[in-house]
Design a protein around this ligand. Structure first.
Ligand SMILES: [Zn+2]
Length: 312
């Protein structure tokens, strides 16, 4: 799983913050309970002496020195604990501070190097925050009662079940892509957000973007002679409002084809919502795109009909 730079920085900041807190606690205790400072100096001396003996003593002598030192260190630790408690501090007050004790704020478990749950959650939160998904729009908040027309409600109920199933089978849904067509105000963006959010919660890397913004970023990259933004490698690409993008000859169709084609080749799912009808699609884009978007082998195409719920 890709770890965004922002999340890496967050972990580094967390470690610095906790190191600083630990240093402050040590300084505070040394000032209030100087005996503990003495105990720590003794511990350091002991460790140093043992280190020296590792070079000079024979193997057997070192073994016995080692267990003696260990016993003395344990005694000193007990003394520290007693002193702390006597002054009203918890015994672990001078231990290193971690937000997550499982990974010691490194993000990976020391036992087997696998990713810690805390890092996974941070990545999910980050992906969610940066995905342009309206916070409240998710399957859990889906409300069929906004549809006043019974027929429309039945259709949306079916659509809800279908989208939920699609979202839960990501990143390997069958067919791969979902194309939602229909006029404005029928809940297309809402469904797109539900699917994208579920994918993020399931740990997938998601880009949800309007077609307008996607092409805006592509055009900027062309103008500044930079690499095209990466719309290929994410686990799910959710394009809202296809058809709202500026139409520029030799660019719009080419880039859209490139993105859809590359993602299909890599078996990466794409969800598209559009106000355009099948005829509009045919008129606006060329045959290659239309057949890519409408082929049943790769796409489920749904057409929503009904009244604009935002006007009701
Ligand atoms: Zn952790």
């Amino acid at each position: 799983m890709h770890i965004p730079t922002k999340v890496k920085e967050e972990y580094a900041a967390k470690r610095r913050k906790n190191e600083l807190l630990h240093e402050r606690r040590v300084a505070e205790i040394y000032e209030r309970i100087p005996e503990i400072s003495d105990v720590d100096s003794k511990k350091l001396d002991l460790a140093f002496e043992l280190g020296m003996k590792a070079y000079t003593a024979s193997g057997e002598d070192y073994e016995s020195e080692f267990s003696n030192t260990k016993a003395e260190l344990a005694k000193l630790d007990d003394l520290k604990g007693t002193l702390l408690t006597a002054h009203g501090y918890p015994t672990d007050y001078l231990e290193p501070v971690y937000d997550c004790h499982m990974c010691m704020d490194k993000g990976f478990l020391p036992s087997d190097g696998s990713m810690c749950a805390c890092l996974l959650n941070s990545i999910i939160s980050y992906n969610y925050a940066s995905s342009d998904i309206d916070n409240g729009e998710c399957f859990e908040n889906f409300d069929l009662s906004v549809f006043h027309n019974e027929k429309q409600r039945r259709m949306m109920s079916k659509m809800y079940d279908f989208s939920l199933n699609y979202a839960n089978t990501l990143p390997h849904p069958e067919p791969l892509n979902l194309i939602i067509l229909g006029s404005t105000g029928l809940g297309k963006t809402y469904l797109l957000n539900c699917i994208a959010k579920r994918a993020i919660v399931n740990g997938l890397n998601v880009i949800k973007i309007t077609s307008y913004n996607m092409f805006d970023s592509i055009l900027k990259s062309i103008r500044s002679d930079a690499d095209m933004p990466d719309y290929i490698s994410c686990d799910l690409l959710a394009i809202d409002d296809l058809g709202s993008e500026p139409f520029i000859n030799n660019i719009t169709v080419e880039k859209l084809f490139l993105i859809i084609n590359e993602r299909e080749a890599q078996r990466k799912p794409t969800v598209i919502a559009s106000n355009l009808s099948k005829d509009d699609l045919q008129n606006r884009y060329d045959e290659r795109i239309v057949s890519r978007l409408l082929t049943p082998k790769y796409n489920t195409v749904v057409l929503l009909r009904g009244d604009d719920v935002r006007l009701l």
